[in-house]
Design a protein around this ligand. Sequence first.
Ligand code: GAP
Length: 513
Amino acid sequence: MTQEEVFKNLTAHCKEYGFIFQSSEIYDGLSAVYDYGQLGVELKNNIKNYWWQAMVRLHDNIVGIDSAIFMHPKIWEASGHVAAFNDPLIDNRDSKKRYRADVLIEDFLAKLEEKINKEVEKGRRKFGETFDEEQFRATNPNVLRIKAKYDETHARMVKALDNNDLEEMRQIIIDSDIVCPISGTKNWTDVRKFNLMFSTQLGNVSGEDGTIYLRPETAQGIFVNFLNVQKTGRMKIPFGIAQIGKAFRNEIVARQFIFRMREFEQMEMQFFIKPGTELDWFAKWKETRLQWHKAIGLGDDKYRFHDHDKLAHYANAATDIEFNFPFGFKELEGIHSRTDFDLGNHQRMSGRKIQYFDPETQESYVPYVIETSIGVDRCVLAVLSSSYHEEALEGGDTRVVLSIPPALAPVKVAVLPLVKKDGLPEKAREILTALRVDFNCQYDEKDSIGKRYRRQDAIGTPYCVTVDHDTLTDGTVTIRYRDTMEQERVPIDALRNIIFDKVSLNSLLTKNI
Ligand code: GAP
C-alpha cells in the first residue's frame, strides 16, 4: 500500500472511530476546518497537558497565561502582520486552481533532491561494496548537473523572497517548467500577495475603525502581557511565558487533513533574555524541544531540523523541527530568535515603556526573545500517522491498531466481562469504578471478546482487562497488552500499578529532565 493510501485510510479511520470530523459535515463541510470528536479531544488534551507540564511545571522560570483571542488592532500593526503576513499566490488559468508560488518552487526542489538520491542509489547498486557515496556525489556528472540546477533555483528563490520580488517568483516557475498538477499546463497568472489574517467587526462599529483581527498566532498575547507578568510574578530575566490557544489563518493552500487548517491551536512559549545571549539560548531551546518530541517515542529518526532560508519578518535566526509525515518531512514546530522586534515595536506604538531593569547591572533594556511554537493539530497528526498500522495476523486475520504511546492514548484501559451474565458485568463494573478515578476507562460487554479487543486496538487502548468466572473466586483478571496482544493473569489489586507505570504522563516528563 502506498503512503498516500495509508493516509487516506487513516483519515477515514479518524472519522469512523470518533477522533476527527469535517466541520459542518451535514452542510457538506467547511474547507480546512475540523472538529475533534470524543476520542480526538482526549488525545489532544493529553498532548496539551504533556506540553504544559514539561514547559511550565518542569521549569521554575516559565509561567503560563491565557490571553484573549480578540486584541487591539494596533497590535497587528506593531507586530508587522498587517503589512507583512502575506503569502505569494499564483493561479493556473486552465485549472483555475490557486497555489502558493514558494510552495510550487519548493516542491520542484524536492523533486530534484529525489532525482539526486535515485542516481546515488543506482551508483550503490552498480558499485556494490566498493561504493563511496561522498565521492560519487562530488564527481558523478548527472548528480552534479542536477545539483547545479538545484543550487541555482534555490538561490534565486531565497533572493526573490527576501526582496519580495513577485515577478521573479513567477519567472522561476516559468524557467523551471513547473506545471499545474491538475491541468498539466504552464498557463500561470502573475504572482500576488494575499494577507492571511481574518478580520471582523467589533461591537456595532463598522468600517475601518471597528475592524479587528482573529489572532494568527498566540505570541502577541504574551508580548503585550510581558510587563504584567514580569511585575506581578516578580520574574527575573531569563524567564518564559507559555500559552496554549486557538489561532486563525486564511490559508489558501489548505490540504493534508489537519496539517494545514484555517482554525488551529498553538502551544507557544516566549523566552525573554538579555540582548547578546540569543544565539546560546536559541541553541539550548532547539535541543530542549527536540528532546520533548523524542520522549514521546514515535522514533528519533522521524525528526530533523530545517534551518530557514527566508526568515519571518520578526526573526534573526529560525529553525523548524520537521516530522516525517506520510507525505514527507514537514514543519511541526518553529523555533525563532525574535530579537526585540515585538517588544520594541509595542513600546513605540503604545507609547509605554516596555523594558526590564536588571538589578545586577543597574541597566534597563528591551529584552530579546526566543520563541518555541508548535501546532497542537500537527502534533496530533504526527502521533496518529505514525501509530496507525494495518497488521496481518496469524491465521489470515487482520487488525487495525493505533499504537499511540500509552501516556497519550485517549482511553487507557477497557474493562470487559467475558459474558453478559453470572455476575460478571457487576464485578467488571466494580473494577471499572475503582480504575476510573485514575484513568480514562471504557466498559464494553457487547459482541465476542475478540471483537471487543479489535475495537480497543482500533482506538489505541493500551490495556484490556477481562473479567471471567475465575475472577469471582480468586480475585484475578486477564490483562491484555495492545501491542503484543499477550495476556497475563494478575490480581485485581495489582492493576492500578501495572497500568499507572506506563500511562502516566510522568513516564514522558522524566525524559525531559
Ligand atoms: N508565533 C510564531 C508562529 O506562529 P509559525 O511557524 O507560523 O510561527 C507555528 O507557526 C506552528 O503553528 C507551526 O510550526 C505549525 O505547527 C502550526 N501551524 C501554523 N500554521 C498552521 C495551520 N494553518 N494549520 C495547522 N497548524 C499550523
